[in-house]
Design a protein around this ligand. Structure first.
Ligand code: PLP
Length: 393
């Protein structure tokens, strides 16, 4: 496509941008400071960090500075504990597959993990590893002792997400790590913190998980980049082979601009966490409160601890697909819990694991607020959503 056409398309798309973007769990707009930090690398500054000349060294310095800044922000003792990846999916694959293949052991995970973890576990099972999937309760929570009781001497990795991408339900990861270590101190504990980072405190605490996945685009950074925290001494077999970058743990030429953007996004997300929790929590709470007083709505996992950003709701009698299309017309962007890459709505394995029936699941949608939202956004969203729901009732 010619440049003028691309610019014209971008303009048309900008015109179509929803008035209310409530799909931050899918992806978030880039923070201005992230764009500013990346700009020089997208416009003139270049270099392959693997070379030995000055241009390469400059790129390498940028990568190593980003690594140090992320390590400091999450409290890692050694910057080399940060392994850059092409996003959250790749970090999860490296953690689950890398840890199991690295020691020839099996994996234990939960029924509500993101497909990046569940499909990695299924892959392990196909190649002969022992894989156990621990069920969750009706609110989507896993019991730490059920996880620990599933662990045996052959378990190489235990993966329990920090918070769920569909419902926002928070898992007791610290307790899982403690119990798993007393069951098998050689098993590595992994958490997918992709949704939780920026909302909950996620750190390289020595008592916490050995492996932590983070993705930039969920926290105001660019898409296609993330990192896996790998505690010193944790043995991982790489899943991407090649030139041996990232100490052989993830081959492939670094995306310098994206990594610089990732570091800034990580710092900003952590620095802004308490304001985020307050403002975004006010948006979500006001939204749910106003909706409940106006229309027939059920809040999924209402009794569980949830991320402040997520409102996973069921409007009885209204199919999710119909509601999403009508909301889109009304300028509100929301999502069904499990939209697949083709955009079609798939039955949610998360809701199924919670024992939610397929009719109820097909009437459920996810609204997820972002860092610029506040109570006024929540009220405005409730006003529009109530109108659409009343229309469809
Ligand atoms: N894990 C969770 C919990 C997610 O929500 C997502 C993205 O939706 C991922 C992993 C995948 O991250 P990425 O989009 O960076 O590959």
């Amino acid at each position: 496509m010619r440049t003028e056409n691309l610019v014209a398309t971008a303009r048309i798309e900008a015109d179509l941008d929803p008035m209310l973007y409530l799909d931050h769990a899918a992806t978030t707009p880039m923070r201005p400071e992230v764009g500013e930090a990346m700009a020089p690398y997208l416009d003139g500054r270049f270099g392959n960090p693997s070379g030995i000349h000055a241009t390469a060294r400059r790129a390498k310095n940028s990568i190593e500075e980003a690594r140090e800044r992320i390590a400091t922000t999450i409290g890692a003792t050694n910057p080399l504990e940060i392994v850059f990846t092409g996003g959250g999916t790749e970090a999860d694959n490296l953690a689950v597959i890398g840890a199991a293949i690295g020691t020839g052991g099996g994996a234990v995970t939960t029924a509500v993990e993101h497909p990046a973890v569940l499909e990695s576990a299924r892959f392990l099972s196909r190649i002969g590893s022992d894989v156990s999937i621990v069920p969750v309760d009706g609110e989507g929570r896993v019991a730490p002792d059920a996880v620990a009781n599933t662990v045996d001497r052959g378990t190489a990795v235990v993966s329990v997400m920090t918070a769920n991408n569909e419902t926002g339900v928070i898992q007791p990861v610290a307790e899982v790590a403690r119990l798993v270590r007393s069951a098998n101190d050689r098993a590595l504990v992994h958490t997918d913190a992709v949704q939780a980072f920026g909302s909950l405190a996620v750190s390289a605490d020595p008592d916490g998980p050995d492996l932590i996945s983070v993705s930039a685009h969920k926290i105001g950074g660019p898409q296609g980049v993330g990192f896996l925290f790998v505690r010193d001494g944790a043995k991982l077999e790489p899943v991407i082979h090649g030139g041996g970058q990232e100490l052989g743990r993830r081959s492939g030429t670094h995306n310098v601009a994206a990594i610089v953007g990732l570091a800034v996004a990580v710092e900003s997300a952590v620095a802004g966490r308490s304001v985020y929790r307050e403002q975004v929590g006010a948006a979500r709470d006001r939204f749910e409160l106003d909706l409940r007083s106006g229309v027939n709505v059920e809040v999924t996992a209402d009794a569980a601890d949830r991320l402040v950003s997520h409102a996973h709701l069921r409007f009885p009698g209204i199919p999710a697909e119909t509601l999403l299309v009508r909301l889109d017309f009304a300028g509100v962007a929301a999502a069904a819990g499990a939209a697949c890459h083709s955009g079609a709505i798939q039955e949610s394995h998360v809701l199924a694991a919670m024992g939610v029936g397929s009719t109820e699941a097909s009437e459920s949608i996810r609204f997820s607020f972002g860092r610029d939202d506040d109570a006024a956004t929540g009220a405005e969203a409730a006003r529009i959503v109530s109108g659409v729901v009343e229309d469809l009732s």
